[in-house]
Design a protein around this ligand. Structure first.
Ligand SMILES: NC(=O)c1ccc[n+]([C@@H]2O[C@H](COP(=O)([O-])OP(=O)(O)OC[C@H]3O[C@@H](n4cnc5c(N)ncnc54)[C@H](O)[C@@H]3O)[C@@H](O)[C@H]2O)c1
Length: 286
């Protein structure tokens, strides 16, 4: 069922050149997978390759420049993976941006940037790779990085981020049973604070969404944020993901620190919900 070993498997990791994606890529490579790192940033790719070389694992990894918001580039990437590797076994939809700023200042440029990468990039991953994962018949796994921000009520300055991540969660939950019939597992990574370069989000914003942004000041402030000592190491997250993939776990949750907020949100929804008033029949749908 799904993935039972990483040895000899091909993995495609978006945003794999930094932070969480790099942590996942390193663990999958160490466990025998051939990993394609697909990332927007040449500087991150260069650093990541140096890391792999330092660990004597250069032969386990290849890289490509990819903007996950480009459907054409994604289609080309999928065609290349099919031609060079016979298709991917593990897709890791991890690329994301830590978009934050005052909700009253948000412009369409901010919505387009946040939803474009965090949701659109994930959709592009599914649309580009699912056909080949079904067609090759080996089964596989799709791991998508969301955020614990999707499971709690976030402050307004994180509204776009939280909404983009919540959409990803609900999408993955909903498609999991259909993909299981194709022997493709689905997991959602829900990270808390992890050491990464997400404070560089402003650098990942495309030029055409920069001038009209209302988040310029917030992005400049985020760029100065220091990575906390107590935040989790990306490779620890990578190990959690490897276990989660093998067990086809739906949710891979790195931290328990938001339990109370998660419970409060679920309780508030349930408290607003009337008692079950009728049984749904076979033909009914919600
Ligand atoms: N670090 C955390 O505390 C944390 C917490 C919850 C969720 N996340 C999520 O984890 C994922 C990884 O983020 P991270 O914290 O490791 O940040 P990071 O910035 O270190 O890594 C993200 C990588 O994605 C790449 N990227 C950005 N936009 C891209 C695009 N359009 N196309 C391709 N690649 C692109 C960046 O170049 C970078 O290498 C994101 O989806 C983020 O939302 C992070």
């Amino acid at each position: 069922m799904g993935i039972t070993t990483f040895a000899g498997k091909t993995a495609f990791v978006t945003g794999g050149a930094s932070g969480i994606g790099l942590g996942i890529a390193k663990v999958l490579a160490a466990r025998g997978a051939q990993v394609m790192i697909a990332d927007l940033r040449p500087d991150h790719i260069e650093d990541a390759l140096a890391d792999f070389a330092g660990a004597g694992q250069s032969n386990q990894v290849a890289t490509m420049l990819l903007d996950v918001t480009s459907r054409d580039a994604y289609a080309e990437a999928a065609a290349k993976m099919q031609a060079d590797f016979g298709g991917v076994d593990i897709l890791v939809n991890n690329a994301g941006v830590g978009l934050e700023g005052p909700v009253l200042g948000a412009t369409y440029a901010d919505y387009d940037f946040g939803f474009g990468v965090n949701l659109g990039g994930v959709i592009n991953g599914f649309v580009s790779f699912l056909p080949q994962m079904v067609a090759h018949g080996r089964g596989g796994h799709i791991l998508t990085t969301a955020s614990l921000a999707a499971e709690v009520v976030m402050p307004g300055w994180m509204a776009i981020y939280a909404a983009s991540k919540a959409a990803v969660c609900h999408y993955c939950e909903a498609v999991k049973p259909d993909l299981a019939k194709e022997n493709i597992g689905v997991s959602i990574l829900l990270p808390g604070p992890i050491k990464s370069n997400i404070h560089e989000t402003g650098q990942n914003r495309p030029e055409h969404l920069r001038a009209a942004s209302g988040f310029g000041d917030s992005e400049a402030q985020l760029a100065r944020r220091e990575v906390g000592d107590w935040w989790m190491e990306p490779e620890t997250v990578g190990h959690m993901c490897a276990h989660g993939i093998l067990a086809d776990r739906t949710y891979i949750v790195t931290h328990g620190i938001f339990r109370e907020q998660m419970e409060a949100r679920s309780r508030a929804v349930l408290e607003a919900t009337p008692a079950a008033d009728f049984q749904m029949g076979d033909g009914d749908s919600i």
